[in-house]
Design a protein. Sequence first.
Lengths: 95, 330
Amino acid sequence: MSLFIYGTATNTGKNFFTHQDRLDFFLSGHPGNIWVVGNNEKGAVWLASKNGITKTKSEAQAIVDAEITAAQAAWDALPDDEKTGSTRPGNITLP
Amino acid sequence: MTTYKEVFGKYVRSVSSDPPAAAGTGEIWYNTSSNTFKTVGFNFAWSSGGALPSVNNGLTGAGTPTAALGMGSRTGPQASNSYEYDGSSWTSGGSLGAPMGNSGGAGTQTAGLIFGGGPGGGSSTTSKKYDGSSWTATNAMNNQRFLPSGFGTSQTAAVANGGGSPAGVLSTSEEFDGTNWTNSGTMNQARMSCTGAGTQTSGITFGGLNYPAGTAYANAEEYNGSSWTNVGAMNVARGMYAGGSGATVESAYAIAGDGPGNPDSNKVESYDGTSWSTRPNLATGRRSGAADSGATTTSAIFFGGRVGGSDQSITEEFTGTAAVKTVTTS
């Protein structure tokens, strides 16, 4: 059994995830509204309750990669003075 | 062997059931039902908070987790905006009057202060203070700065330190007394994109970057009102932007940030006056977000920022809830 569930869900703000949720299961958010959720009952129930759409790990990684690639291209196209004080978006590898 | 009574002046009490967590804070007891020693610890975690009215990166923050102030933005029309948080939702505050981004912040929700930065994250000597409804320009800082550290829980006793400028990365600091900025001590490490916590007479700055190499720093320096002293380093090197919070040095948090090998970090650490300890990660790592300036050892917030190439409106709230825990030797 894999350690994580992958899915898309939109963060709706307050109580989208609670203090208790964070104690009950692993959770991390990524570009493209991708959420990596601990693969236990509470994690699965949480993703379903947020109308999450389950993805495979490779599908989720592809969504993140597309977001990052677009962000890197946008950053590369900036004039040098606008790059000052900001950093080029780095690649993200989902756990 | 020294006994508990010799150290604390009383015996460990024996009980058959645990007291409520809140009543047991600071105590240790023996539970005769489970045959274990018990005490009260804290369960720390980040939960989602209300969303900012607009996506935002390069903003700065002030106030407390339940009465916070968000100010400026690196880009977009929201660069002139301020926002107020009540612990649940954000509402619009007074207009800054002009774009400010990559600035420093200090003070409270009803007596806030923003300084440095500028349109597109440029550098400036601009300083403005807030009365809870409108912003007023103050006398200018002595040094142009962008991405400075700012700390101070009072609008009339704040510190600006480090940052970038046309002359390069700065090691200087200056104090604001509510009217004027006055030059103060020089840090041991020139740094931009650092952040800070505490007060004008007892503060700390940490993290940051050099430029243009972009090397990230983990080291920290404490400020005593006149000079800077190197202290214990964070576990993770990163440019902190405005991700530092803490009403005191002993409740300082380093939240998120960005650095080589650590992009859009979700890492969080807290300082106890001596060393840094890892705290639970944010759910969403990001750079260029902001924190309140009045965090306690059990509460803080972090809002806005940038993930990949997307500016964020999300807020996360850090809380520690008391819980009965079994004492182990590990």
